[in-house]
Design a binder for this molecule. Sequence first.
Ligand code: SAM
Length: 271
Amino acid sequence: MARFLQHKEEAYWFYRFLSIGYDHYINPWFYTPAMRDAGLTLAELNRQDMEVVDVGAGTGFATEGIVRFVKASHVHALDQSDHQQAKAKKKPLLKGVHFYLGDAERLPWETDRFDRYVSSGSIEYWPEPQRAIAEAYRTLKPGGLATILGPLRPENRIGRFLAETFMLFPTLEEYLLWYKTAGFVDVTYRFIRPEWVTREAYALSIVGRKPAAGASPWKPPTATPAESLAEKTSSRRSRLLFLTRFALGSIAGGLFIPIAIAKTLLRKSTR
Ligand SMILES: C[S@@+](CC[C@H](N)C(=O)[O-])C[C@H]1O[C@@H](n2cnc3c(N)ncnc32)[C@H](O)[C@@H]1O
């Protein structure tokens, strides 16, 4: 399981380039507005004045779904990619949203801050998902909900090989374990998928409730995340490792695009 892009620096450079065509050419194949909206129903965005954080908000695709229910001035969007965020900042619908550059595994807010935590399509790049989910728990108010939309491990061998070369595609059991270990209760989920996908368990939206004030009962093994974007990989060996991971991960990820196009055409021709 190589997961070449499940690293902060590799993901940063991946989005340096992907951000150019993300909204128009990449995202629509894998993550549709219908999937986003179905996933967000679990977040119970039922008050205009609730404080919501969107982590790994990128170009603001999920944030656009959130501001349909919550005032933009109450929405906080964080991402580690300035290139992705620059696109979000230009969107008229997101005027008033607060933007932050930062790390999902070390959120820049105090404990018990938000009513809702949302993260969509970002977990696959987090080197330590348990740490980030514990951060979701910490920053929520008691009674607050954390909703994560993310991919699931493909069933067929070729899909699984490409997926796991590319990044993290967790199993349902892993999502459930991370949520429960972080301290969440009332954990539920629903599957979501684009039209061209026939298997039900392609991606999910999972939600859990924070039962009490304070930090997560899960204690991280080290005080700071294992990886940080600020730390430059300076040695020749680590530069080479970075370039290899970046190239192989990008190739594996890129191969999903012709697969999605071929499957869509096949479905259309057999209708
Ligand atoms: C597939 S995009 C999803 C963007 C958006 N949420 C959406 O629904 O379209 C993944 C985003 O996660 C961000 N990301 C990856 N690792 C991150 C981390 N450790 N902290 C913050 N953002 C991260 C990337 O920069 C990228 O913008």
